[in-house]
Design a protein around this ligand. Structure first.
Ligand SMILES: [Zn+2]
Length: 208
């Protein structure tokens, strides 16, 4: 996997443009490699198209402020736009990579959104192989999402961060973070979700 990851990173860095934002002077080669490694972790060992819609990665030094469609300002660590950009705060890229078991990983989260958005809809369903896979995926994920929401409503913590209750797209992105960062707990609490993610990502983080 290591050699393959290196190859993917090389293409990724070559194909995507990196832009420094919010007072960051430049996106250094080191920064590009760290981001590419995290993005390509989601591609390794499976059929993919190098995030075909993604053109640019916008990098801020730290959490940044942005306005939503209602003009409401909020502090953000990252975003994924279906128009072809991922926005990240370098600070949180580093934090995601450093602490491997806290379940939080902003880059994995945003790049999972890219995978979800590639078919035009941010609905928590990425491109799968075959119609049968879609049926299985939606059965497992809609059930899990419902069960998860019930728990969140009752104030119960689960291995999946509460933010996943926002909508099915966030549930998929947060479940992806959990899959790579807390595979054991995810498999215990949501074995079918783990199974689906394992067959989608074609890796088994439990063996790492
Ligand atoms: Zn998100």
């Amino acid at each position: 996997l290591r050699d393959e990851l290196e190859g993917l990173m090389h293409v990724f860095i070559h194909e995507k443009s990196f832009e420094a934002c919010g007072g960051l002077e430049t996106v250094t080669g080191h920064m590009q490699r760290v981001i590419a490694a995290q993005a390509c972790l989601l591609l390794v060992n499976r059929k993919h198209d190098y995030y075909r819609k993604l053109r640019s990665i916008l990098l801020y030094p730290t959490a940044y402020k942005a306005k939503d469609e209602h003009g409401e300002e909020s502090v953000r660590l990252g975003e994924s736009w279906h128009s072809g950009s991922v926005i990240l705060a370098w600070e949180s890229v580093i934090a995601g990579g450093r602490n491997e078991e806290d379940g939080h990983h902003v880059s994995l989260h945003e790049f999972a959104h890219q995978l979800d958005q590639v078919d035009g809809a941010a609905d928590g369903v990425p491109e799968l192989a075959g119609t049968g896979s879609y049926r299985a995926w939606s059965q497992v994920f809609s059930k899990a999402y419902k069960r998860f929401n019930d728990k969140v409503d009752r104030g119960k913590r689960t291995v999946i961060d509460d933010y996943g209750a926002t909508n099915p797209a966030e549930f998929f992105a947060v479940a992806t973070e959990t899959f790579y960062e807390k595979p054991r707990q995810l498999k215990e609490e949501y074995p079918k979700v783990y199974q689906q993610l394992k067959s989608y990502y074609q890796v088994n983080p439990l063996e790492w």
